[in-house]
Design a protein around this ligand. Structure first.
Ligand code: URA
Length: 434
């Protein structure tokens, strides 16, 4: 039996990156392919990802890495739809339910939205977990079903199939357990390989910064956004990014079913001001990149057109848009200890608390409890009175309240009128792109 001769040796490439040498295009293409087929071992790839974490990659190397991960799987093509496509990716945050109202809002204007999403792990919940709190709703669609829904309804939110960028799936799981998630070349190539393989014509990135975000520092978020916008444009995808504030939870709900309820409020023309603002701004970006810059986005929220698209999309995926959403068995209300102004409400501790209540999962195979989560009754800047409810914890098991309360200890503060509010500034801090 003859064995194929491999053109490179993983150890040579690890040494090269360790010693700050730029890897060539054929080296990167081979590395990703050899890792995906199991020739390069996990321990070798762990060393490589740590070398990349420490020494970085050039723009050309990042592009090669992204293209190699795309080449590891299928590439979708929506050109047969006969309408433009536009998608959004968020780096994730506490209370970030924007995809839910955004998809139908954009689809209402004749721009198809193929939103392939994931389930959550850790304190930022997954879009599919939220939608699965709607009775009957189904995340897993075949490519034909997805295509039909894009044609007939105009938008779809469904599970990304295993066929898209399988190299990323393997690499991301490895990074997760080797302390190499937070490297910009690795994050950028991971996100963009999936989005480019998905076949969208335009892409808007919501890159978050602040305590509840993946990268806390705004400068690092800007660098990630610039890197991803370049990768998208290099691959022929019209791409832009908003840099948004995740120091405070988004909206008034954190969880799954409660976030669906809040999204429906936004689709009915109401909802919290920050959720509406971000939905509207991202929709304008997505529509402008897809060649529809002049439409009245807010009118479609206020006159029921976006709600109509939402209802059709839920029904198309087996869900009942009128069904009652699950409600938790137990509640625990936390009240203000004095009169004053809420000057602080840190996103990360509230995200962790919601997770401990059962809204998120610790391991991939765990189920989420759809009714678990947190309802906020006040936001930073609001005047509060002693005894007034500040937030309510919802859980199916009361035993979960204690650890959730530990997580939020010291995470909010009531100050005096006139004291500066510590919310990290405006919701939308910057825009990057053409
Ligand atoms: N999300 C991804 O898909 N990949 C990363 O590396 C980080 C966040």
């Amino acid at each position: 039996m003859t064995t194929a001769i491999e053109p490179f040796d993983a150890v040579d490439l690890i040494r090269a990156k360790r010693d700050r040498r730029e890897l060539t295009s054929p080296e990167i293409a081979w590395l990703v392919d050899a890792y995906t087929r199991g020739y390069v071992a996990d321990e070798q790839m762990s060393a490589m990802t740590m070398a990349i974490f420490l020494n970085g990659m050039t723009r050309r190397e990042i592009r090669d890495l992204t293209m190699a991960m795309i080449a590891s799987g299928e590439r979708m093509d929506f050109s047969g739809l006969g309408k433009p496509t536009s998608d959004k990716h968020s780096t994730g945050g506490v209370g970030d339910k924007i995809t839910l109202p955004l998809m139908p809002l954009v689809a209402t204007f004749g721009v198809a939205v193929p939103q392939l999403s994931g389930r959550g792990l850790g304190h930022t919940g997954g879009t599919l977990d939220k939608l699965e709190s709607i009775p009957g709703w189904r995340a897993d669609l075949t490519n034909d079903e997805m295509f039909a829904q894009l044609r007939d309804v105009g938008g779809v939110i469904c599970a990304a199939g295993a066929g898209l960028a399988p190299a990323d799936k393997k690499l991301y799981a490895l990074r997760d357990i080797t302390g190499t998630v937070e490297a910009i070349p690795l994050i950028a190539s991971s996100i963009m390989s999936k989005k480019i393989a998905e076949g969208t014509g335009a892409l808007v990135l919501d890159v978050k910064f602040g305590s509840g975000a993946f990268l806390q520092d705004i400068e690092r978020s800007r660098e990630l956004a610039r890197t991803m916008v370049e990768l998208g444009e290099d691959a022929g995808v019209a791409t832009s990014a908003l840099i948004t504030n995740m120091n405070v939870p988004l909206g008034l709900t954190i969880g799954n079913a409660n976030e669906v309820r809040e999204s429906v409020e936004v689709l009915a023309g109401g909802g919290p001001a920050d959720v509406r603002e971000l939905t509207v701004e991202l929709a304008r970006e997505m529509l402008a990149l897809a060649g529809r810059p002049d439409v009245d986005v807010e009118a479609a929220l206020d006159d029921g057109r976006a709600m109509d698209t939402w209802r059709r999309s839920i029904i198309a995926q087996g869900g009942d848009p009128d069904a009652a959403l699950p409600v938790a068995r137990e509640q625990h209300v936390v009240t203000a200890e004095r009169d004053g102004v809420l000057v602080e409400q840190q996103a990360l501790p509230f995200g962790i608390a919601a997770w401990r209540l059962g809204a998120g999962r610790a391991r991939k195979q765990d189920p989420v409890q759809h009714a678990a989560g947190i309802e906020l009754h006040a936001k930073p800047g609001d005047a509060v009175r002693a005894g007034q409810p500040l937030f309510t914890l919802h859980a199916d098991e009361p035993a979960r309240f204690e650890r959730a309360l530990e997580a939020v200890e010291g995470a909010w503060r009531i100050g005096d009128a006139g004291e500066p509010v510590e919310d990290g500034g405006p919701l939308i801090a910057d825009r990057i792109g053409r």
